[in-house]
Design a protein around this ligand. Structure first.
Ligand code: ZN
Length: 176
C-alpha cells in the first residue's frame, strides 16, 4: 500500500482528477432539504444543491423514496454540467445498522463497471467529462485529493487552472 513517498511526484506523473473538480453528492445536502431526518418510509421531492469546490453550483431536482425496504432510492434530474443534456441518475440507497443503535443510509455506487461496483458510500462524485455519471471515489477516476496531489493544501481557494499551472511549474523545477 501507499507510503508517504508515494504521494510525491513520480517520474511519469499524470495529473489525476481531484475531488475538488467534481460535483459532490452527500447526505448533508440531502438532509438540508428534507422535512425530517432521513428514515425508512419517506417519500419526498425537491431541489438539491450540489457544489463543486464550494464555488460552482449544480441544481438537481430529486425524488427520494425509502418506502420499500428492498429498494430505497434517490432519483436525480439535472442538466449535465459538461454537455447540458438532461440526465437522470438512479441511485440505490442502503441502510446499515450503527454499532450502538440506529442506522445510517449509504449510496450504493451506481457505476456500471465490470464487475459492478455496488460499494456503499456516503459521497458520490460527478466529474466534468460528458460521459461521467455520479459514482464513488474509485469509479469516478479514481479521484485524488488536491492536498495529496500537491503535498500541501496551501493552494486551496485558487482556481484549478492556476493550480495546474503551479503544479506544472513545480514539476519542471523537480525535473531540473
Ligand atoms: Zn464505485
Amino acid at each position: 500500500m501507499g507510503t508517504l513517498s508515494s504521494t510525491r511526484w513520480p517520474k511519469n506523473y499524470v495529473k489525476m482528477t481531484t475531488v475538488e473538480e467534481t460535483y459532490v453528492l452527500g447526505f448533508k445536502a440531502l438532509a438540508e432539504v428534507l422535512p425530517s431526518p432521513l428514515r425508512p418510509g419517506m417519500e419526498w421531492f425537491g431541489q438539491l444543491s450540489l457544489w463543486r469546490a464550494d464555488v460552482e453550483l449544480l441544481l438537481a431536482s430529486f425524488e427520494l423514496n425509502t418506502q420499500s425496504a428492498d429498494h430505497p432510492h434517490l432519483l436525480l434530474h439535472y442538466a449535465h454540467p459538461a454537455s447540458q443534456e438532461h440526465t437522470t441518475s438512479h441511485i440505490q440507497l442502503a441502510q446499515l445498522p450503527l454499532p450502538r443503535n440506529g442506522f445510517q443510509f449509504h449510496f450504493v455506487c451506481p457505476a456500471q463497471k465490470h464487475p459492478r461496483c455496488h460499494q456503499l458510500r456516503r459521497h458520490l462524485y460527478l466529474p466534468l467529462s460528458p460521459q461521467a455519471t455520479f459514482a464513488c471515489i474509485l469509479c469516478s477516476g479514481p479521484l485524488a485529493y488536491l492536498s495529496a496531489q500537491q503535498g500541501s493544501s496551501r493552494y486551496a481557494g485558487m482556481s484549478s487552472e492556476f493550480r495546474a499551472l503551479l503544479a506544472r511549474d513545480q514539476a519542471r523545477k523537480k525535473a531540473w
